[in-house]
Write a new protein. Structure first.
Length: 143
């Protein structure tokens, strides 16, 4: 008889322990879901309102607008005695050639059929791409 009471008591302890484990598991799951679902998606409040691209108004100057973009993103790999991919840049003539054959805009805008550039870096901003695009569309002048 005593063994039955002991067994019954053991079962009760096991049931209580099992219930505690289940409660804790559900609590952890609930907390995990709540924490992972909380985010703040008001981008304009987090990062400020998008700044309009004013660099594309008027005439685009190769020296003042395009060269700084290319220096920051292209010339590091595509200039010197052994330019990456055999594509030399860094002079007006070389840059204009790339602009006129469509490669420059294709690679910086990550267009289909072109190797996205800068390689290993993030895509240029839409504003910088718009500046280069407008310069190309205006005949890629040396100004």
């Amino acid at each position: 008889m005593r063994s039955n009471k002991f067994s019954s008591g053991s079962r009760q302890v096991l049931k209580t322990t099992d219930m505690s484990i289940i409660r804790i598991s559900f609590l952890m799951l609930f907390v995990g879901v709540v924490l992972s679902s909380c985010y703040y998606d008001k981008e304009e409040l987090l990062y400020g309102a998008p700044v309009p691209c004013t660099d594309t108004t008027g005439t685009i100057s190769y020296a003042a607008k395009v060269v700084p973009i290319l220096q920051a993103n292209c010339y590091g790999c595509h200039s010197g005695s052994a330019p990456s991919g055999g594509q030399a840049m860094g002079t007006y003539t070389a840059d204009k050639t790339m602009a006129q054959n469509g490669k420059l805009l294709g690679v910086i805008s990550h267009a289909t059929g072109f190797s996205p550039m800068p390689k290993g870096g993030s895509k240029l901003s839409n504003c910088n791409i718009a500046v280069v695009r407008k310069w190309i569309e205006s005949g890629a002048p040396n100004n």
